[in-house]
Design a binder for this molecule. Structure first.
Ligand SMILES: C[S@@+](CC[C@H](N)C(=O)[O-])C[C@H]1O[C@@H](n2cnc3c(N)ncnc32)[C@H](O)[C@@H]1O
Length: 224
């Protein structure tokens, strides 16, 4: 399965091999970013209710964030079966069954949010490091589904590298070129020229942009 790996300059350079311990996978990039992500999540996202995570990967983000916020229920998901086995193992570490077994959601499958397994009382949607490692239709489906699931005031949280009006850090430029070599439909997205207009199409307003380590951003949209 795919993940980002950072070189010494913090650039996400490759799709890393994750460290297994049984079925539980440990991602080196998650070890670095899970605590900064928890801090921003706790500042900007709902601290109770039902979170839906898209593209959960190893499951470590959900276990770390839900484990720290006692009124939160976390529904992880990933299309990849190996990842889902790892997510299930990590979910067992979260007290009171507050992290559910993962769903197999694919955001560029139209209507994914209408699956009966998807919770309907979602207060927040989280998607970390996915929209650049998938065709743009995955970002479109993410916003369409989040807008359909969230009530007014509900939040969508994105994290990853972004361009701002065509400009980004040199490390992100190299990552963008590397992604496009792997698949021309992948690539670092432009927050101003692509993602904000995409949000507007689905009544999702950009409310927060937080600079994160290694030239990443946390970005929050609110359902109008
Ligand atoms: C780089 S990994 C990120 C995983 C995790 N969020 C993290 O930051 O460690 C990208 C993840 O996106 C998932 N993915 C790829 N295309 C997707 C899609 N269209 N819908 C949902 N998830 C997708 C992959 O299975 C993979 O787990």
């Amino acid at each position: 399965m795919n993940d980002n790996q950072r070189g010494e300059d913090g650039q996400e350079i490759a799709l890393e091999a994750r460290q297994p311990e049984g079925v539980k996978l440990y991602s080196p990039s998650v070890a670095r970013n899970k605590e900064p992500l928890r801090e921003v999540f706790q500042r900007l996202m709902p601290l109770s209710g039902q979170i839906l995570e898209i593209a959960s990967g190893t499951g470590e983000h959900g276990a770390h964030i839900a484990g720290a916020i006692p009124d939160l229920h976390w529904q992880p998901s990933d299309p990849d079966a190996t990842s889902r086995a790892s997510i299930s193992a990590w979910a067992e570490d979260v007290p009171d069954g507050r992290m559910a077994p993962p769903l197999a959601l694919v955001t560029n499958e139209h209507g994914w949010w209408q699956s009966p397994a998807v919770p309907t009382d979602v207060t927040g949607v989280v998607c970390i490091n996915m929209i650049h490692i998938a065709p743009f239709s995955a970002a479109e489906g993410l916003f369409e589904g989040a807008a359909a699931l969230l009530s007014p005031g509900g939040k969508l949280f994105l994290y990853g590298p972004f361009k701002r009006r065509g400009v980004t850090a040199e490390s992100n430029e190299r990552f963008d070129a590397d992604l496009k070599r792997r698949d021309p439909a992948w690539g670092v997205r432009d927050l101003d020229d692509q993602i904000q207009p995409l949000g507007a199409r689905f009544a999702m307003q950009l409310t927060d942009i937080v600079e994160m380590p290694a030239n990443n951003l946390s970005v929050v949209f609110e359902k109008g």
